[in-house]
Design a protein around this ligand. Structure first.
Ligand code: HEM
Ligand SMILES: *[C@@H]1O[C@H](CO)[C@@H](O)[C@H](O)[C@H]1NC(C)=O
Ligand SMILES: *[C@@H]1O[C@H](CO)[C@@H](O)[C@H](O)[C@H]1NC(C)=O
Length: 320
């Protein structure tokens, strides 16, 4: 009996040790080493958004495209070099992903007061949250302590990031592969309440799909010519037709009215498993905001590098 007790105590101590050495992200991570990091990020993001309202959306997407490719490790920020192939030119990112200059500005502002302390991965997580708040969305406390990758994977970017042609089951599968459930997926898709998409990503939907409001399709066709014209690929349209620069639940109201811009958007409200949730979000901003914030924390927890893994990059575009 006594030896069983002893075994139990040793087991308990070992589990405790395992928990403390297997570092977790923490909202207090920089409270002693860079207590004003969030303020610095907020001020720089505010400037960037006042210069160009779309930038908030671009930064939010940057975080998503970072986290889905081998975790939230700032791998997306690495530039291609002659000896290094990064993620920037992967199919879902090429001619599309943007906001790198803003991240560079934040990084240099942070470095000026907290040299060599804050990772680019954490800057991206904080910047995404500040962008959402500044555009009217929910706030949440951002767990921190991520470190930066020394590698990137163009192949993983091509495989893991969802294409606009995806159907509902593919979307659910791609998010499940990252530990996110269907509800997380639908809530996170609400990010499309801000930002823009290029004609090339929604042409098939407005010309060929039938689950679309015909008036909306006609409006979009006016600036997104059909394939025969061979032009207009990069023409932009707002992902949320109601309020493209406002982080509200307009996106879900669009879906219910069959005014989703992307094929993948409308898949969330097309007679399938997410219809009920889409309807609920379309009538309750609070329900959406709450689920979105929780899902953002969950997405931000995808395979972070912690402890002595990875590095704190000096320049977000280059490994040290
Ligand atoms: C559910 C699967 C998703 C698909 C298929 C998808 C696909 C796309 C596509 C095709 C675009 C337009 C890109 C372009 O034309 O250059 C886009 C834009 C955008 N995506 Fe997604 N996305 C998805 C989920 C998400 C998630 C989870 C987030 C963030 C949490 C997000 C945030 C954004 C934002 C904010 C934009 C606008 C960016 C800008 O204006 O610069 N998306 N997405
Ligand atoms: C969804 O798309 C995948 C991949 O393109 C395909 O294999 C699958 O059959 C589709 N599922 C449905 C329900 O249409
Ligand atoms: C629509 O479908 C037709 C017939 O399958 C195809 O030729 C065309 O490329 C598709 N896309 C658009 C934008 O029309």
């Amino acid at each position: 009996m006594a030896s069983m007790m002893k075994q139990f105590v040793i087991f308990a101590l070992l589990s405790l040790l395992a928990c403390t050495t297997n570092a977790q992200l923490s909202t207090f991570f920089y409270s002693r080493t860079c207590s004003n990091v969030q303020i610095i990020v907020r001020n720089t993001i505010r400037q960037a958004i006042s210069r160009e309202p779309r930038m908030g959306a671009s930064i939010l997407r940057l975080f998503f495209h970072d986290c889905f490719v081998n975790g939230c490790d700032a791998s997306i920020l690495l530039d291609d070099t002659t000896s290094f192939t990064g993620e920037k030119n992967a199919f879902p990112n090429r001619n599309s992903i943007r906001g790198f200059e803003v991240i560079d500005t934040i990084k240099s502002n942070v470095e000026a007061t907290c040299t060599g302390t804050v990772s680019c991965a954490d800057i991206l997580a904080l910047a995404a949250q500040e962008a959402v708040v500044l555009l009217g969305g929910p706030s949440w406390r951002v767990p921190l302590g991520r470190r930066d990758a020394t590698t990137a994977s163009q192949t993983a970017a091509n495989t893991n990031l969802p294409p606009s042609t995806a159907n509902l089951s593919t979307l659910i599968t791609l998010f499940a592969a990252q530990g996110l459930n269907a509800r997380d997926m639908t809530a996170l898709s609400g990010a499309h309440t801000i930002g823009q998409a290029r004609c090339t990503t929604f042409r098939d939907h407005i010309y060929n799909d039938t689950n679309i409001d015909p008036t909306f399709a006609t409006t979009r066709k006016a600036t997104c010519p059909g394939p025969a014209s061979g032009t207009g690929d990069d023409n932009l349209a707002p992902l949320d037709v109601i309020s493209p620069n406002r982080f509200d639940n307009g996106y879900f109201q669009d879906l219910v009215a069959r005014r989703g811009l992307l094929h993948s958007d409308q898949e969330l409200f097309n007679g399938g498993s997410q219809d009920r949730l889409v309807r609920m979000y379309s009538s309750s901003f609070r329900a959406f905001a709450n689920d979105f914030a929780n899902a953002m924390v969950k997405m931000g927890n995808i395979s972070p590098l912690t402890g002595s893994n990875g590095e704190i990059r000096k320049n977000c575009r280059l490994i040290n």
